[in-house]
Ligand binder design. Structure first.
Ligand code: AMP
Ligand code: ZN
Length: 152
């Protein structure tokens, strides 16, 4: 995974950060920008983005992940309180197959209420023991071999 420049002129979220495209800004600091989603699935649907152009979770250095995650609890509390929602999803789509459409990493904060209209289809399968063991050993090997360069 290659080192990326802080900004990408063709990226809509980098252009929002640069002030070239307007957004409904909630909070900004040196690391992150939080703004209302232009196509909210529920009232209060917001996005939190790193100011550095990072495509998705696979390319995200740990310190960028930490800086964004640091802000999530207070933002989730503030947003959900504003719309009187007792619950929320924090969602980071990474890759086209996972429905990522804007390729600048962003966490969705989606407030939830018992009577809202948002629906997440989630059909649990069954975890087979042998399959689980094989999978875990693969993941552990991959994890041990991870580049350490990402957090540079
Ligand atoms: P995703 O499918 O996870 O990549 O989500 C991209 C999100 O960005 C969608 O929910 C869009 O509605 C939102 N979005 C795209 N362009 C803008 C924009 N200019 N301002 C605010 N939100 C946007
Ligand atoms: Zn970008």
């Amino acid at each position: 995974m290659s080192e990326q420049s802080p900004h990408d002129g063709g990226c809509i979220f980098c252009r929002i950060i640069a002030g070239e495209i307007p957004c409904q800004k909630i909070i900004e600091n040196q690391n992150i920008l939080c703004f209302l989603d232009i196509g909210p699935v529920v009232v209060g649907h917001s996005l939190v983005i790193p100011k550095r152009h990072i495509r998705n979770i696979f390319d995200m250095p740990s310190e960028v992940a930490a800086a964004v995650a640091y802000e999530l609890p207070a933002l989730a509390r503030a947003i959900c309180a504003a719309v009187e929602a007792p619950a929320c999803h924090i969602l980071l789509n990474s890759g086209i197959e996972a429905m990522q459409s804007v390729h600048h990493a962003h966490y969705h904060i989606i407030p939830r209420k018992s009577d809202d209209s948002f629906f997440v289809p989630w059909r649990p399968g069954k975890l087979e023991t042998q399959e689980a063991h094989n999978l875990i050993s693969k993941i552990q090997k991959n994890y041990e071999n991870m580049d350490e360069g990402l957090s540079a």
